[in-house]
Design a protein around this ligand. Sequence first.
Ligand code: AMP
Length: 281
Amino acid sequence: MKIAETIREVREQVKKWRQEGLSVGLVPTMGYLHEGHKSLIDRAVQENDRVVVSVFVNPMQFGPKEDLASYPRDLKRDAAICEEAGAALVFHPEPEEMYHDDFSSYVDMNTLTGGLCGKSRPIHFRGVCTVVAKLFHIVTPDRAYFGQKDAQQLAVIRHMVNDLNFGIEIVGCPIIREKDGLAKSSRNTYLDAQERQAALVLSRALKEGRRRMDEGETDAGNIIQAITEIIESEPLAKIDYVEVVDWNTLEPVSEIQDAVLVAIAVYIGKTRLIDNFIVSE
Ligand code: AMP
């Protein structure tokens, strides 16, 4: 497996693969890989001849008060995980490689990005769309893999690919969890022992929401209330949002009919965690 730090190296490698008629899958990540990322790489390895994993903590998607500086990084470990999983190339650029001094073009979206995480992270999805568009142009994959863990991101990327005719298949992959239910996340490393325990409230609350829907509850307000009550019972938790939205438009719904995304963002101490489930009937 190769590690490339420049766009030129990636382009040259992909060109060779294309000449050999090989298909290419891309797994964009910010590194500090865990089983969630690995599930994406595994799926990509199954479905493509060659897999590129990008490891890039994208400064453009972090707000000024967010955790860009403290975001965990460990390229050596990441590379070992990628190699073990069967990736052919890790793309690990420095920020200067992706954003030269006079960089001034962005990919922005009028719909889908204003609610949910976009409310408290107003510049986040512009950064995500811009970097993912760049990665798509650099790697030109046949397929790209994204986790449902970041459900809004998955919906936004699908929308961008459709709007801008990227001709890349976007593959959504299920949420991988710890044994006790906590959704795996690089940010879980921020939690101390007490917070780690408190963080279980996210999956517990969603489970209750899901149970109520399975029992036939169709009033989104009642689902939101049930989830909110459970989260509020945890003293270390502070709700950013609890929402039930249409899975295609990400607009809030009051009556659950079509596919919906039930999504939450909760601060456990200073760490902001997200989780969700999708009901598609
Ligand atoms: P990140 O490194 O956090 O930007 O995540 C890179 C990709 O891995 C994104 O598409 C995430 O949705 C996905 N991902 C992160 N955590 C999980 C998880 N627990 N299960 C499935 N996919 C995940």
